[in-house]
Ligand binder design. Structure first.
Ligand code: SF4
Length: 182
């Protein structure tokens, strides 16, 4: 594991320039994108220090951490794996740049307190895709951006999608799925 206080010195401007957007599914009237940024170094060893301080949706110690992060009134889903940071959804490049700037400052601030943090190596997993699939409409309509409901269930299982992303879930199953994921 890295020494504590080893949050990398970042060339923020270069990283901002390196933001890439890929299409994502959402219900926003404007664009829906997932933003990606590659760091120059692997940040996996920082994850056990970040995990206790965030709302983890999925966590494999020293591999990947997906968590919810609130900025203003908006929640973003952040995924950090190796040297790759993904976050979204954002409407455009300008929003991606603003979110990334604030997120880096948030992470930098957190890691100044690393000496006080007890590293957390307990994984956070979600139910298997087949368990989640039971609650989906099973019409394979593709409106969520996935080819099948089972593919969508696999994404929920990996915390890469949320039940709300299926526009055809009835209220009852939506609630059941939400409680299954808690
Ligand atoms: S939108 Fe819902 S019903 Fe349609 S494929 Fe996706 S999960 Fe299945």
């Amino acid at each position: 594991m890295k020494e504590k206080n080893s949050f990398p010195s970042l060339n923020k401007e270069a990283l901002l320039e390196g933001i890439k957007l890929e299409s994502a599914y959402c219900h926003r009237p404007k664009g829906c994108y997932l933003a990606k940024v590659s760091f120059r170094e692997d940040l996996s060893s920082l994850l056990p220090y970040l995990k206790p301080q965030v709302k983890a949706l999925y966590y494999e110690p020293e591999n990947i951490l997906i968590f919810k992060w609130k900025r203003g009134e908006t929640f973003y889903k952040i995924s950090l794996q190796g040297d790759l940071l993904k976050f979204g959804v954002v409407s455009d490049k300008d929003e991606a740049r603003e979110v990334f700037s604030d997120l880096i400052e948030y992470l930098r601030e957190l890691f100044t307190k690393m000496d006080e943090i007890e590293p957390d190596l307990k994984p956070v997993k979600r139910p298997q895709a087949l368990e989640i699939y039971k609650y989906l409409p099973k019409t394979n309509c593709k409106d969520c951006g996935e080819i099948t409901c089972l593919a969508f269930a696999a994404k929920i299982s990996m915390a890469e999608a949320e039940p709300e992303d299926c526009p055809h879930l009835n209220k009852e199953n939506l609630e059941l799925l939400r409680s299954l994921l808690e």
